[in-house]
Design a protein around this ligand. Structure first.
Ligand code: GLC
Length: 810
């Protein structure tokens, strides 16, 4: 809350800008936290300053300059409050005191001061879904059924016959209920049994939580991340879950994750604790879908500044560690587009609950540097506040300790013990833990190649150091211009230098390419192309927009990219990335402004307005479009409706014209490109039908809600949509990253590409993305440490069966 006014990025008052512009834009609502780069510290593993083998607050202070030099300016620290450490601090026994191993309250004050002195902000991790069973509230609560704090936790009688109150499974495995002999009742714990859930239905308890939150804000922190906040409301009556498979415990997310009515608690929390302050709040919101997220983070009505979503985390579970580029695009685009108008995203790939990205979706052996930099680029230039998890900036990898005793994580241990008791083999279990364990992210920060990677001088650290620290460490990477660390610094500088990367509109391009994740960021005079190959294979693709080396602002190649001018055909090496910026202010400053606009608001490079084949109707729409780009805010409602109707009509016509037009084809160098990196011809009937359905949903004025009609930005998007559709290249629109489509897969086998699918979809529309996102929203699956492990187990079984089959055949 203590805002350092010297912070150049500080801008407490939202500033609305809507300059007349070259490209269609939406109004910018400026906030300091939108312009921040966040860095997450896992305190136990960051820096030990006193040689006890555990990281601490003073250690953090010592290393603040590392974060500062990286370019990050918002620090999130995982819990440092008093805790018996069943779950490394997420089990809090005193919210207003600091864990002894971490230091004192005076150290915390110093940390806050030191952050602010460096123009950085700091947020804490608030855990309000549960406490430790050692918290005085719980000790009181469990002391007798009539204790005044009994109701602060969730107590229930067992069912007759000594059965638990219901069949819910804990997120950390086993039953979600623990029996208390003294009072002969059970208490609910969604996480470990030493972390009882507090009862948010109790107003007195809620008031106490708000007070604590406020107390910390007044002490000087700049906001907080709220742990497991989507779990605070439980399904009324705590009923049994359906159990068709007669399991001992049933995965219980449906009954305690984002349950209806949670918004009342969240509204109250905001009103009572922080709504009046200029702070940043990030909710950990498992189970909240992209379309629901708007309610959570809407700038007026929302509860938090942003939320951590779990869809991409789930994707990792589902695809068993192998990246599905199409699905990843679909998910990220869904979130980008859903929150484009009035919300904000928290962007992340790693955190303390997930294995390392280079070891899961990347390739930490052959391509460590390349994949670390590619993954950095793909998410950090999106619209949202990027979060970097400690060690990610040097490409830290997963670890493989031999014994379960090397893994302190309570979730891993629970899993291991339960499965072992069921007779599963130790080696099998260790394989699963190696792949999915949270401790992969929690090994000490690798600062240099001295003892314990420079993390601690202790003989024994609280968790083992990853032996690859000798090779992968900060000191070594600081010296190496080509290192992951130095790439991160360049990337962050780039983001900070161009407002475009903070406020520009995101649009997906190359939506059907299975290797390249490409997108654009567009603001009034600039457009950036972010092109990343997320696979370990060469990728070839083409764009509508020619790009030149003079526009190249970032690459992860070590040797210089060969000079090129207006290049439309690209071949990317494994994990290669490039970022280009087209700056029309620079490029065309000698042109008169009116001409520029006519030419470029349509963006699809000159094209459309000069195209002979434009029908009269399309020309009318174009003129209207030009009009809109001049002055989107001053249109009457009727004007807006007219424009939308004209555009829609023209679009439908353009579509049917375009679909009958013939597409030229390009042949690619088959030898050097892996089959699935080739582009595909999707123009078959069923795909067209599918797309038309999606387009008509966004194009039909009936489907444009009144709110959209009154919203100049949505008008702009309609315009963008139109300009796409007036292109003589039909498949430049309706991009649809639905990777599961059978049609797509069949077509995938074709060996030729059309320019239509091959080329970039320069002004791809938000509506298309929003369209597919909403319509094809898969149900949000639970994120549980259990589910990841279940998947891994299945895969291992599958591999074994395949192996046995092969051997049988031989
Ligand atoms: C969140 C935290 C995780 C913790 C759990 C229980 O998911 O990120 O580390 O174990 O909540 O507090």
């Amino acid at each position: 809350m203590c805002i350092n006014t010297e912070n150049p990025s500080a801008n407490p008052q939202p500033e609305l800008t809507n300059k007349s512009s070259f490209y269609p834009t939406t109004p910018i609502r400026r906030k300091w936290w939108k312009e921040s780069i966040a860095y997450q510290i896992y305190p136990r593993s960051f820096q030990d300053s006193n040689g006890d083998g555990v990281g601490d607050i003073f250690g953090m202070i010592q290393r603040l300059d590392h974060i500062k030099n990286l370019g990050a300016d918002l620090i999130w620290i995982c819990p440092i409050f008093k805790s018996p450490n069943d779950d490394n601090g997420y089990d809090i026994s005193d919210y207003q005191n600091i864990m002894d191993v971490f230091g004192t309250m005076a150290d915390v004050d110093e940390l806050i001061k030191q952050c602010h002195a460096r123009n950085m902000r700091i947020i804490f991790d608030l855990v309000l879904n549960h406490t430790s069973d050692q918290h005085p509230w719980f000790i009181e609560s469990r002391s007798s059924r009539s204790n005044p704090k009994r109701d602060w936790y969730i107590w229930k009688d067992g069912k007759p016959g000594g059965l638990r109150p219901n069949n819910w499974e804990s997120i950390f495995n086993g039953s979600a209920w623990e029996y208390d002999k003294e009072t002969d009742q059970y208490y609910l714990h969604l996480f470990s049994r030493k972390m009882p859930d507090v009862n948010w239905e109790c107003a007195e308890l809620r008031r106490e939580l708000y007070k604590i939150t406020r107390w910390w804000l007044e002490r000087g922190i700049d906001g907080f991340r709220i742990d497991a906040v989507s779990h605070i409301k439980k399904k009324p009556g705590l009923p049994d879950l359906p159990n068709p498979n007669e399991l001992e415990f049933v995965s219980s997310f449906d009954y305690h994750m984002n349950v209806e009515g949670i918004e009342e608690y969240l509204d109250e929390f905001k009103r009572e604790a922080y709504g009046d302050l200029d702070v940043v709040t990030v909710g950990e919101a498992n189970g909240v879908s992209a379309d629901q997220a708007v309610e959570w983070v809407d700038e007026e009505r929302g509860k938090f500044s942003m939320i951590f979503q779990f869809e991409s985390t789930n994707l990792w579970d589902k695809t068993l560690g192998v990246i599905d580029v199409l699905a990843f695009k679909r998910i990220m685009t869904r979130w980008e587009k859903s929150l484009e108008k009035s919300g904000w995203n928290a962007l992340f790939l790693e955190n303390h609950d997930k294995p390392r990205i280079v070891s899961t979706w990347g390739n930490d052996k052959e391509y460590l540097r390349d994949c670390a930099t590619a993954f950095a680029t793909v998410y950090m230039l999106m619209m949202g506040t990027p979060f970097i998890f400690q060690g990610q900036e040097i490409g830290m990898t997963n670890v493989r300790f031999p014994s379960i005793n090397d893994y302190p994580d309570v979730a891993a241990r629970n899993f291991y013990n339960l499965q072992l008791a069921k007779g599963v083999d130790h080696d099998e279990l260790m394989k699963i833990i190696h792949m999915t364990g949270r401790d992969n992210a929690r090994t000490p920060m690798q600062w240099d190649d001295s003892l314990n990677a420079g993390f601690s001088t202790a003989q024994q650290t609280w968790i083992g150091v990853n032996p690859n620290y000798v090779r992968i460490n900060v000191a070594q990477q600081e010296k190496d211009e080509t290192s992951v660390l130095n790439f991160y610094k360049r990337l962050i500088r780039l983001r900070k230098e161009h407002d475009l990367f903070t406020y520009g509109i995101y649009d997906l391009i190359l939506s059907n390419n299975k290797q390249i994740y490409g997108y654009t960021r567009t603001s009034d005079m600039k457009r950036a192309y972010i092109l990343t190959n997320l696979t370990g294979r060469v990728a070839q693709f083409g764009l509508y927009q020619g790009l030149s080396s003079s526009q190249l602002v970032l690459t992860n190649l070590i040797e210089p990219v060969p000079e090129h001018k207006d290049e439309k055909s690209f071949k990317f090496r494994p994990y290669e990335i490039r970022v280009y910026i087209i700056d029309h202010q620079k490029k065309e400053s000698h042109h008169c402004r009116k001409d520029e606009k006519t030419k470029h608001t349509t963006d699809q490079t000159e094209l459309k307005t000069t195209d002979e084949s434009l029908t009269k109707l399309k020309k009318v729409a174009s003129q209207k479009l030009e009009h809109v780009s001049y002055n989107p805010l001053h249109l009457t409602e009727q004007d807006q409706k007219d424009i939308i109707a004209t555009l829609a009509e023209a679009t439908t016509q353009a579509l049917s014209e375009a679909e009958t037009s013939k597409q030229p084809s390009i042949t690619i160098d088959q030898e050097k490109v892996m089959p699935d990196s080739s582009e595909i011809d999707l123009e078959n009937e069923s795909i067209n039908k599918k797309r038309q359905r999606q387009r008509s949903l966004v194009l039909n004025p009936e489907n444009v809600t009144p709110a959209m009609q009154n919203d100049p930005s949505s008008l702009n998007q309609q315009c963008q949509l139109f300009t796409c559709l007036t292109s003589p290249k039909p498949s430049a629109v309706g991009h649809h990253a639905d990777s599961s489509s059978d049609d797509d897969d069949d077509e995938n086998k074709k060996k030729t590409i059309t320019t239509a699918e091959n080329e970039e979809e320069s002004i791809d529309t938000s509506e298309n993305d929003v369209d597919y996102s909403v319509l094809n929203d898969e149900s949000i699956q639970d994120f549980s440490f259990t589910s990841a492990r279940e998947q891994t187990k299945k895969r291992m079984l599958h591999d074994e069966e395949e192996f046995a089959l092969k051997q049988g055949k031989e």
